[in-house]
Design a protein around this ligand. Structure first.
Ligand SMILES: *Cc1c(COP(=O)(O)O)cnc(C)c1O
Length: 389
């Protein structure tokens, strides 16, 4: 029985929605995008959503729209996908890293105040694996120093903590619709905000700084457009939006399946020696990825053993201080974020998606138990061997 790391569940509803777009004249940004923006905004409880081609692009224009300028500093986490930092660099700003909480892997809000300088303009937290950061604490620090918060919510469409939902306490909240995310159009992203002026700026920045779109021209006939600022080419198209719309109906039901799967993993792994996992806080966990932690000295051997056993496993993520470009450009180095680095060297992401059979979790857990036992006994033998010599 082949075990998949991830499988999407797109099918007939999405095909039908795409067919409806193909039957009309507008493939690029138009009515279907507008409808997705409305409906996703309703789901989130936000007044405005601006569809984009990626979360990276969404983060980039959110920074620009909030007035982040070259040389400004943005406080963020060293334990995330590199896109969070890439967006900050694309805006010409400098990522300033604050180490993470040892139990959750999320940015440690208590460390943020100490990292603020006169050049700090914003905080960019990441809700790692789908569990919300301490947004109340981050909002308090941001307010005390006049900073904006831009959430990287690529892992967390559904999350809630301390009565705060994703997007509730930030100026802008960015989502990814990349192939493996909870909502997907293969590639795609969005910014959600309650600020109308900010939403208008984001609409300009996602399409060349132009005052009219192709769909406007189709409706109004040709009217001269202006280019009022430098913009990018990040506009979501109607085909992407069509794929996303039917999935909004399934979001909560799919989260419930992932929650059940996570509980199955906890149950099956609870008596496996040497396996730990991030703490789960009260609230609603977005359950994007399921990661466990093993001793860093055996992690790579366990990864290899799992793959040899036919179980697809990956690492989300090694700390950013190991990435050459960020090291060379921003002067970070291994050793600087001991908690993020330790978690990054301990992490194994296990197969996890809404339609995954529960029995697959049993097989994965059993394989992990066996592989860990084998790796450990090899280590004990080689330790005894070097002692004997
Ligand atoms: C996937 C991901 C991104 C990037 O999303 P794209 O839509 O591929 O640009 C950014 N941040 C995190 C934490 C992610 O997991």
């Amino acid at each position: 029985m082949a075990i998949d790391f991830y499988r999407h569940d797109l099918g007939k509803a999405e095909l039908d929605a795409i067919a409806r777009v193909l039957a009309g004249p507008i493939l690029t940004t138009g009515e279907t995008v507008a409808e997705f923006e409305r409906r996703f905004g309703e789901y989130l409880g936000r007044r405005h959503v601006v569809g984009a081609t990626s979360c990276t692009g969404a983060l980039h224009i959110a920074l620009l729209a909030l007035g982040v300028e070259p040389g400004d500093e943005v406080i963020t986490t060293p334990l995330t996908f590199l896109a969070t930092s890439a967006a900050i660099a694309q805006a010409g700003a400098v990522p300033v890293y604050v180490d993470v909480e040892p139990d959750t892997g999320n940015i440690d809000a208590t460390g943020v105040a100490a990292a603020i300088t006169p050049r700090t303009r914003a905080i960019m937290p990441v809700h790692l694996y789908g569990q919300l950061c301490d947004m109340r604490a981050l909002r308090a620090v941001a307010d005390s120093r006049g900073l904006a918060i831009i959430e990287d919510a690529a892992h967390c469409v559904e999350g809630e903590r301390d009565g705060v939902r994703v997007g509730d306490l930030s100026e802008a909240c960015c989502f990814s619709f990349y192939a493996t995310k909870a909502l997907t159009s293969g590639e795609g992203g969005a910014v959600a905000t309650d600020d109308e002026e900010l939403a208008a700026k984001l609409r300009l920045l996602r399409l060349h700084g132009m005052t009219k779109t192709a769909a406007d021209r189709a409706v109004e006939g040709f009217k001269a457009y202006d280019m009022v600022t430098l913009g990018w080419k990040y506009n979501m198209d109607n085909v992407q939006a069509a794929m996303l719309l039917p999935q909004l109906e399934r979001l909560d039901q799919k989260l419930a399946l992932r929650e059940l799967l996570a509980r199955r993993y906890y149950e099956k792994l609870s008596d496996v020696p040497g396996v730990q996992w991030p703490a789960v806080l009260p609230g609603r966990h977005g359950r994007h990825l399921f990661t466990v932690w093993v001793d860093p000295t055996v992690r790579d051997a366990v990864l290899a053993g799992m793959r040899a056993a036919g179980i697809p496993v990956v690492v989300n993520y090694r700390a950013l201080s190991f990435l050459s470009y960020l090291r060379e450009t921003f002067g970070i180095r291994p050793g600087q974020f001991p908690i993020a680095e330790r978690i990054g060297e301990s992490t194994i992401s296990l197969p996890f998606y809404a339609g995954m059979p529960q029995e697959h979790a049993d097989l994965v857990a059993a394989a992990l138990r066996e592989v860990l036992t084998a790796v450990r006994s090899r280590r004990t033998e080689s330790a005894a061997f070097s002692r004997d010599r």
